[in-house]
Design a binder for this molecule. Structure first.
Ligand code: HEM
Ligand SMILES: *[C@@H]1O[C@H](CO)[C@@H](O)[C@H](O)[C@H]1NC(C)=O
Ligand SMILES: *[C@@H]1O[C@H](CO)[C@@H](O)[C@H](O)[C@H]1NC(C)=O
Length: 345
């Protein structure tokens, strides 16, 4: 029984039929090596409060740092949220996003899809605070995910209990990143397909895109909707605002010109995004598509009406996203610094 509960830490024993139990014991006895394999895999899964014994203050320290940083720079919370997508959405939640370029590899941060990602140095601030308390224990992958969780709360979003126990990868995925992260003008079919591959359903996708209720979009990602001709589907009042913010067909890359994603409540993670996109004020083509594709529109309408409904699916989808294929157990490493893999001797 001990063995079985270890193999199935999340399953209610009461749910298991006696036959299943017997089968599993037999299977286990027959195949010793298989037991070993499944032990390694399941014992090392993500769990709630993974650092309970090894670093009991870890989650509090992260939360405290996120709040301190948020007080000084509100936009750090946008970054922690977006990081979840850009790290966990690309093959694995292993903090590969945070690695700097090396002589041999390009970092994920420097690819076109990562345009506008910011505040990475403040993630090191959080890591340093955790390292001061428990050196070498808490992974950057978990810090990335938990800072995202706490950032969501800072922005007025729901508190989402998230598991921990992720370990850090050693290599950049810059070369395959575009196969995972949709572009700003991707079709809804591609967007839905990409998320489905990691277990996120249509309402989950609609809820995740609600993240575009905060933050900004740079003109370089928008000018194709304004020049040479204005995209006729855009709300005319919003076009005026966008043209004011993005006056040049080819934006000066050094000028940091951008439009806020949600003019109404730019600092709040709320369901205003859904009303915006229904009013044809979505900035990106994917935002506009979300409100017009027949597969997603019904959920957009529901989320526009009910913040609770939005938060419910948002919490569910963030949970799935943050549990995407993590490194656990003895795989990967616990990085000393989030921007570089540990040195091997
Ligand atoms: C089809 C999927 C998505 C596409 C194509 C997309 C694309 C973009 C683009 C182009 C920007 C503007 C970046 C800039 O110019 O600075 C942006 C911003 C942002 N995205 Fe997404 N995104 C997607 C999904 C998501 C998801 C799933 C999340 C969160 C879980 C997210 C969170 C954010 C946040 C918070 C910002 C604002 C960042 C800031 O102001 O620093 N996005 N996104
Ligand atoms: C079980 O796995 C460990 C490594 O995880 C290995 O050292 C050991 O030899 C394995 N035992 C069996 C019975 O396969
Ligand atoms: C999407 O926009 C990029 C520029 O950001 C462009 O190179 C690409 O051709 C566009 N793709 C589609 C499907 O329109």
């Amino acid at each position: 029984m001990h063995l079985i509960s270890k193999l199935n830490p999340h399953r209610e024993r009461a749910e298991m039929a006696p036959k299943t139990v017997i089968m599993m014991v037999l299977f286990g006895l027959i195949s010793l090596s298989a037991i070993n394999v499944s032990f390694a895999d399941t014992e090392a899964g993500l769990i709630l409060n993974f650092y309970k014994d090894s670093c009991p203050q870890a989650e509090d320290i992260i939360k405290e740092q996120v709040m301190l940083l948020y007080k000084r720079h509100k936009n750090t919370a946008f970054s922690w949220l977006r990081n979840i997508f850009h790290d966990c959405g690309v093959e694995s939640c292993d903090a590969s996003l945070l690695l700097d370029s090396t002589r041999r590899t390009l970092s994920e941060k420097e690819t076109d899809r990562s345009f506008g990602l910011r505040n990475f140095r403040y993630l090191e601030t959080i890591k340093e605070a955790v390292e001061r308390e428990c050196p070498g224990v808490v992974s950057c992958a978990d810090i990335l995910v938990l800072s995202g969780r706490d950032g969501i709360v800072a922005l007025g979003g729901p508190y989402i209990p998230l598991k921990t126990g992720r370990r850090d990868g050693r290599k950049s995925r810059a070369d395959i990143l575009e196969q995972y992260l949709p572009d700003h003008n991707e079709s809804m079919s591609v967007v839905l397909e990409r998320f489905k591959n990691i277990g996120i359903d249509t309402p989950g996708v609609v809820a995740l895109l609600g993240s575009h209720s905060v933050g900004r979009t740079h003109c370089v990602k928008l000018v194709h909707r304004l020049y040479p001709e204005v995209d006729p589907v855009l709300d005319p009042g919003h076009v005026e605002h966008m043209l004011h913010k993005c006056p040049d067909a080819i934006p000066d890359p050094k000028a940091v010109q951008y439009v806020r994603n949600d003019r109404g409540t730019p600092m709040k993670l709320d369901n205003n995004y859904y009303r915006n996109i229904l009013d044809n004020k979505g900035l990106l083509i994917v935002d506009h598509q979300l409100a017009n594709d027949k597969r997603t529109k019904p959920y957009v309408k529901k989320m526009a009406k009910s913040q609770d409904y939005f938060f419910k699916h948002f919490g569910r989808a963030i949970t799935t996203l943050t549990e995407n294929n993590p490194l656990t157990g003895t795989k990967g490493e616990i990085r000393k610094q989030c921007n570089v893999a540990n040195k091997h001797h």
